[in-house]
Design a protein around this ligand. Structure first.
Ligand code: HEM
Ligand code: HEM
Length: 175
């Protein structure tokens, strides 16, 4: 197999924009929860929810974009590595969709509507139920969040491994 790392085959412009804005939204949503941890102001929690729902909307648009744009062919690497990267990408998509849905369900089952930056409100569309609220809280905090940490760190670790150790310009494809 010829290893041609000179001609970088980039992801489409839309995929690159979707990628970096998703990462930024995730970071902000997490930082707001950290801020809420230090100072239990409802402002931080409210913004955490609004940014979290923004992740959901953004990811729905991203899935549609992904279905209609072509991914560049993978860099030359063993098949198993390609498979692992595709599986990780798929899981990251699924997690970034499931996480805000769990957050939303936790809130509405807790009887709380979600204010979207004062622009509109997501109403309580279920019958409030403490057991269900607690269940989605556990899913949000104890199942999905640790999974997001593990797969995101693996993803970023792999990207830097390619960039610095294999020097195959992988990150340039997403820049
Ligand atoms: C990608 C989107 C989201 C991420 C990454 C995220 C992340 C987190 C994290 C890390 C925590 C702390 C978990 C812990 O206690 O260890 C948390 C808690 C929480 N999140 Fe989210 N979240 C997201 C979306 C949402 C959404 C959309 C809502 C509601 C509409 C929401 C509502 C909450 C609530 C109510 C808590 C519990 C706060 C407390 O302890 O009182 N989250 N979230
Ligand atoms: C420093 C942070 C990050 C770097 C350097 C990075 C780098 C990359 C690169 C180079 C690719 C393309 C891989 C290829 O061509 O095979 C990629 C794809 C991808 N990344 Fe990241 N990434 C970062 C953060 C994140 C975060 C935080 C997430 C979400 C949690 C994420 C989710 C994805 C997904 C889902 C893909 C697949 C592309 C698609 O199908 O849209 N990345 N990333």
């Amino acid at each position: 197999m010829q290893k041609d790392y000179q001609n970088v085959q980039k992801w489409s412009v839309s995929s690159r924009i979707f990628h970096w804005i998703s990462a930024a939204l995730l970071l902000v949503t997490w930082l707001l929860m950290l801020a809420y941890g230090y100072n239990e102001s409802k402002v931080f929690l409210g913004l955490h929810k609004a940014f979290g729902i923004s992740v959901l909307f953004w990811m729905i648009a991203r899935v549609i974009n992904r279905l209609f744009t072509k991914a560049p062919p993978p860099l030359p690497m063993p098949k198993i590595q390609v498979l692992i990267s595709q599986l990780t990408h798929f899981l990251l998509y699924a997690l970034l969709i499931a996480m805000p849905i769990a957050g939303l369900l936790m809130s509405v089952y807790g009887g709380r509507p979600v204010d979207m930056f004062g622009l509109f409100e997501i109403p309580v569309f279920v019958t409030p139920n403490r057991t269900a609220a607690r269940f989605y809280n556990d899913v949000h905090a104890d199942i999905l969040w640790p999974m997001i940490i593990v797969f995101t760190l693996a993803h970023i670790g792999a990207a830097f491994f390619h960039q610095w150790i294999k020097k195959d310009k992988l990150i340039d494809r997403m820049k």
